[in-house]
Ligand binder design. Structure first.
Ligand code: GLC
Ligand code: GLC
Length: 832
C-alpha cells in the first residue's frame, strides 16, 4: 500500500519482516498479519478500554476487566487471538476480512497501523479497499469503529459489509463459567441501526451496552447461532457467506451485535460511516418506557452525537491532540534512535497502559485475576506522574487506603470497588515501601506537599479523616516504622510471603500442587529475611530524608538518616558475600544468594537495591557488586535474575525453583529489575554500560532478531527467556510490566539525567563518552525547560557548568524553581 512505502523511507532502522516504525506519525506499521504472535494495542485512556490486536482481535471493558466486560474474548484459543471487532466483506460472493482474520482469505493486501490510542487496519481485495479505524475518544465511554470503503476498480461494486462482535454479560468470570445461567438470560433490543445489549438490566444493573451504526442498515443479527451457526466457526459464519442478515433477536444463548451495510460504489467512489460501541449508564432516567421496552434516551443521544457529520473525525483529532499534549511533557533528541523513539513515544504510551491496567488485561493477563497491585501500581506511577499528576495523586490516595494500620497492605485491590482483595490478603513485606517512592515522586514532580495531609484512612479502620492519625504522611511513617520494627535474627527486614520477587517464598514449604506458592505456609512467626527489602528501605529512607529536608523539618530528616545508617550497617555487616550482596536468609537462617549455595549463588535484586540505596558507596562494594552482575548475569538479551538457575524444586525457596531454568523468576531476564542495575551504572557513572544494558532489553533494538524475540517491537516485555532456556531471547508477557515505568525513569532520569527533585529540576546525565550531547524538552510544574547538554570533553558524567536563561547557576543543585509558566533555556556542559 502506498502509505507504507512513503513511511518506509522515514525510518532509519531496517524494517523487520513484519513491520517497521513510522516515527513521524508515532505509529508502528505491520505489513503482514501473520506476526510471530498477535501484536497488541490498547484503545482508551480514561476509564473505557479496548484490547486490539493487529488482526482486530480483542475485547472491550469499562473500568474493570473483570466486573464490567462488554464484549467477549476467549483466551488461550486456537488459533491464538480469535474474537474481536470483525468486519466481513462480501464482494460479489467472495468473503474476506480487512484484518485477514478470521476468514484468512488469500490475496488480501493488508496493513495495520498501531498508533497512540487507535488502530487502523486496511485490507484490499480485487479493487475494493476497506479501511477500519478503532479508537476511544478522550473522556468518552465508547469505542468508535470508523469504516471507509473505496472502490479502486474500474467497475461499479455493490459490496455488503457485516459488522460482528459478541457481547459479554459484564461479569467476565461468571460469563465464561456459569453457563447454566448465562445461556438463559441474554436479552437485546434493536431500534433502527442500534443494538442494545440489556442482559440483567431488568434486575440489578442500571447499565447496558450499545452497538450502533451511524448509517442506515440493511439488516442485523443479535443471535450468534443465527449469524455464525452452531457447528461453524468465525472463519465460516453463515450470514456473511449467505450475504444477508436474518434480523434475529437473541433470547438467551449468546447475544451478538451484527449489522449489514449494503453499498453501491461507482468506480473511484468511497463511503465512510461509523459504528459506536458504548457503555451506557442509565442514571436517573426511568428504566422502561413500557414493559420490556427499555428507555433508550441516553443511548439514542450517543448515536445521534456520532452520526453528526464531522463528529468522528473531530473525536479522532481530539485524541491526537491529547497524545501530542501529553507526550510534550517530555521529548528528547539524543544520538540513539531507539532511545529517542521509545522515550518520546512508546515508552510513555506503555506507561499510560500500565497505569490504567496495572496487571489486569493483556494477552497474558486475562482480566479476571489480579486487580490493581499495591507494589505494581506504586511503581507504575513513577512513569506516569509527569503526564497527568492529578490522576497520579488520586491513585496514590486510593492505594494508600488499602494499607492496614499496622503497616501491612492488601497486596491487590479491585479498581471498581477500590477495596482490598481479601483472597490474597497482605504480608508481602516490601509493599508499603513502594508507597514512599510513589508519594515522593509525586511531590518531586509537582512540589505539592499538601498531598501529605490528605485523608486516606487505613483499610481496617472505620473512617478516613484529615486527622493526622490517618493522613498520607502518617501512612509513610507507618511504612518506615514497619520495616524498622519487623526484622529478623540478622537485623534484616522480614520477607513475609515474598518481596518484589513474588517467587522467593521462604515461608511456603509447599508440597501440595493445588496450593498457592505465595499463600501456603504461615508467615506469622517466620524469621526469613530479605536483603532486597533492606536495600529498598535505604532508598526509601533517603527519599524521606529529602522530603523532610525540603519541608524544613530537620529533626525528622535526621531521624530518617539515622534509620538509613542503622540499616546500612546491617547490610554491610551481614550481607556482603565477598563479591556481591546476598539475597536473603531463609526460615532456618540459611543464606540465599551466596557463593556457598549450589544454585542461585547471585541474584540481581539485592545488587540493584543495595547500590541504589547507597550501600557499598564508600568501600568499593557497589562497583564490585555491579561488576559481578556483569560477569555472572549479563547477556546480550539482558540481565538474568540469578545464576545458576535452579534445577530442582526446593520447597524452602518456593516458586522461584518451580520454573524451568531460564524462564520467569528462575533465571529468566526479568526486564523490570534490569532497570535497577541500569540505574546503578548511572549512579556509578558508567554511561557505556548504562546504554548497553538499556539496549539489551529494548524491543526497538530487537528487530533483526524478531523471529526469536516474537513480541511487539514497540513495548517492553516483562520477561525475555534467559540463557538457560532453549528459547534464549524470546519475549513473553509484553505490555503490563513494571519495566515500562522503570525504563522511563532509567533513561529519562538516569541516562539523560533530567530528574525532578523536591526543590526543582536537576540535570545530571550519565551518557556514553562518544555522545556529543543531546537536547530535551521537559514541562515541569507549569514551566517548560529546553535543555541542551553538551559533552565537549567526552565524559560520561559530571556537569561542569549549568546556565539558566544565559546565567550561570550551581551545576550540582536543582535548577531554582520559580513558577512563571514560561519557557526557559538550560545549557549544561559536562566535564571534569
Ligand atoms: C510480576 C508481579 C510483580 C512482581 C514481579 C516479580 O511482575 O506483577 O508484582 O514484583 O512479578 O516477581
Ligand atoms: C507468579 C509469577 C510472578 C507473578 C505472580 C503473581 O508467581 O511468576 O511473576 O508476579 O505469579 O501472582
Amino acid at each position: 500500500m502506498k502509505t507504507h512505502e512513503d513511511a518506509n523511507t522515514m525510518t532509519q532502522t531496517p524494517p523487520n519482516t513484519y513491520g517497521f516504525f513510522d516515527d513521524a506519525h508515532r505509529e508502528y506499521v505491520i505489513t503482514r498479519p501473520d506476526t510471530p504472535l498477535p501484536w497488541l494495542n490498547y484503545l482508551g485512556q480514561d476509564e473505557f478500554f479496548g484490547l486490539c490486536t493487529n488482526t482486530a482481535g480483542g475485547y472491550t471493558f469499562w473500568k474493570d476487566a473483570k466486573l464490567r466486560r462488554l464484549t467477549r474474548y476467549r483466551y488461550n484459543n486456537v488459533p491464538y487471538d480469535l474474537g474481536g471487532r470483525y468486519f466481513y466483506v462480501n464482494d460479489g460472493g467472495e468473503v474476506w476480512n480487512p484484518g485477514w482474520k478470521p476468514v484468512k482469505t488469500k490475496n488480501v493486501a493488508y496493513e495495520c497501523r498501531h498508533g497512540l490510542g487507535y488502530t487502523r487496519i486496511v485490507g484490499e481485495r480485487d479493487g475494493l479497499e476497506v479501511e477500519t479505524l478503532f479508537f476511544v475518544p478522550p473522556g468518552e465511554n465508547l469505542e468508535v469503529w470508523k469504516v471507509t470503503v473505496r472502490n479502486k476498480s474500474a467497475q461499479r461494486k455493490t459490496p455488503k459489509l457485516f459488522s460482528y462482535q459478541e457481547f459479554c454479560f459484564f461479569d467476565a468470570l461468571n460469563d465464561m463459567t456459569n453457563l447454566q445461567r448465562t445461556y438463559s438470560i441474554g436479552e437485546v433490543e434493536v431500534e433502527g441501526s442500534a443494538i442494545y445489549h440489556k442482559t440483567e438490566f431488568r434486575e440489578r444493573r442500571n447499565h447496558y451496552t450499545l452497538f450502533a451504526c451511524t448509517r442506515p442498515i440493511a439488516g442485523f443479527d443479535t443471535s450468534r447461532d443465527a449469524f455464525v451457526g452452531i457447528h461453524e466457526g468465525l472463519h465460516e459464519p453463515k450470514v456473511p457467506f449467505a450475504g444477508a442478515c436474518t434480523n434475529s433477536i437473541a433470547f438467551g444463548w449468546n447475544p451478538i451485535g451484527a449489522h449489514q451495510v449494503d453499498l453501491d460504489l461507482a468506480p473511484g467512489a468511497e463511503e465512510s460511516f461509523a459504528f459506536v460501541l458504548a457503555y451506557v449508564e442509565q442514571g436517573d432516567e426511568p428504566k422502561y418506557d413500557a414493559p420490556f421496552v427499555m428507555n433508550k434516551k441516553v443511548g439514542r443521544a450517543i448515536v445521534e452525537k456520532y452520526s453528526a457529520p464531522g463528529a468522528v473525525d473531530a473525536a479522532l483529532a481530539a485524541l491526537k491532540k491529547y497524545w501530542d499534549d501529553l507526550l510534550g511533557n517530555f521529548q528528547t533528541e539524543c544520538p540513539n534512535e531507539h532511545a529517542n523513539r521509545m522515550l518520546n513515544t512508546w515508552n510513555q504510551y506503555q506507561c499510560m497502559a500500565t497505569f490504567n491496567m496495572s496487571r489486569s488485561a493483556s494477552m497474558y493477563e486475562t482480566g479476571i485475576g489480579r486487580g490493581m497491585g499495591f507494589r505494581d501500581s506504586n511503581q507504575d506511577l513513577l512513569g506516569f506522574l509527569h503526564m497527568i499528576p492529578s490522576r497520579g495523586k488520586q491513585r496514590i490516595l486510593d492505594i494508600a487506603a488499602t494499607q492496614l494500620s499496622d503497616g501491612t497492605c492488601f497486596h491487590q485491590y479491585q479498581p471498581l470497588t477500590k477495596k482490598g482483595n481479601a483472597e490474597i490478603g497482605g504480608d508481602f513485606y516490601d509493599d508499603h515501601l513502594w508507597l514512599v517512592l510513589s508519594t515522593c515522586a509525586y511531590i518531586k514532580e509537582t512540589g505539592d506537599v499538601t498531598i501529605l495531609q490528605e485523608p486516606c484512612g487505613y483499610a481496617d479502620k472505620e473512617y478516613a479523616s484529615a486527622d493526622a492519625q490517618e493522613n498520607l504522611l502518617h501512612h509513610l511513617e507507618t511504612s518506615i516504622a514497619y520495616t524498622m520494627k519487623k526484622r529478623g535474627p540478622h537485623g534484616l527486614p522480614l520477607i513475609g510471603h515474598a518481596d518484589w520477587n513474588d517467587c522467593l517464598n521462604l515461608n511456603c514449604f509447599s508440597t501440595e500442587p493445588n496450593e498457592s506458592f505465595q499463600l501456603a505456609g504461615d508467615v506469622k512467626d517466620s524469621k526469613a529475611e530479605s536483603v532486597m527489602i533492606a536495600g529498598l528501605f535505604l532508598y526509601a529512607a533517603n527519599e524521606m530524608d529529602g522530603l523532610y529536608s525540603f519541608m524544613g523539618k530537620a529533626a525528622d530528616a535526621n531521624r530518617m538518616r539515622a534509620h538509613h545508617a542503622e540499616m546500612l550497617a546491617v547490610i554491610e555487616r551481614e550481607t556482603w558475600d565477598g563479591e556481591w550482596y546476598t539475597r536473603a536468609y531463609d526460615a532456618e537462617g540459611r543464606v540465599v544468594g551466596s557463593k556457598s549455595n549450589e544454585e542461585g549463588k547471585i541474584f540481581i535484586e539485592s545488587q540493584g537495591w543495595c547500590v541504589l540505596g547507597g550501600a557499598g558507596a564508600n568501600n568499593g562494594r557497589a562497583k564490585q557488586a555491579m561488576e559481578s552482575v556483569h560477569k555472572h548475569l549479563f547477556t546480550k538479551n539482558g540481565v538474568v535474575l540469578q545464576q545458576p538457575a535452579y534445577s530442582t524444586y526446593n520447597k524452602d525457596l518456593g516458586e522461584v525453583t518451580s520454573y524451568p531454568p531460564g524462564v520467569k523468576e528462575n533465571a529468566g531476564i526479568f526486564s523490570h529489575n534490569n532497570t535497577w542495575i541500569n540505574l546503578g551504572w548511572c549512579l556509578l557513572g558508567d554511561g557505556e554500560r548504562a546504554l548497553e544494558y538499556y539496549l539489551s532489553i529494548c524491543p526497538s533494538a530487537k528487530q533483526d532478531q524478531i523471529e526469536t524475540y516474537r513480541g511487539e517491537p514497540y513495548v517492553y516485555a516483562q520477561m525475555i527467556a534467559g540463557k538457560d532456556a532453549p528459547c534464549f531471547g524470546e519475549a513473553k508477557n509484553n505490555w503490563l510490566t513494571g519495566t515500562a515505568a522503570w525504563t522511563f525513569v532509567t533513561v529519562s532520569q538516569g541516562l539523560l539525567g533530567v530528574k525532578p527533585d523536591f526543590a526543582g529540576l536537576r540535570i545530571d546525565p550519565c551518557i556514553p563518552k562518544a555522545w556529543p550531547g543531546f537536547t530535551a524538552t521537559r514541562r515541569f510544574r507549569g514551566n517548560t525547560y529546553q535543555i541542551d547538554v553538551k559533552n565537549p570533553s567526552g565524559v560520561c558524567k559530571g556537569v561542569k557548568s549549568l546556565r539558566l536563561d544565559g546565567k550561570d547557576i550551581d551545576p550540582q543543585a536543582p535548577i531554582p524553581f520559580v513558577a512563571d509558566g514560561k519557557t526557559h533555556q538550560v545549557e549544561a556542559v559536562l566535564g571534569a
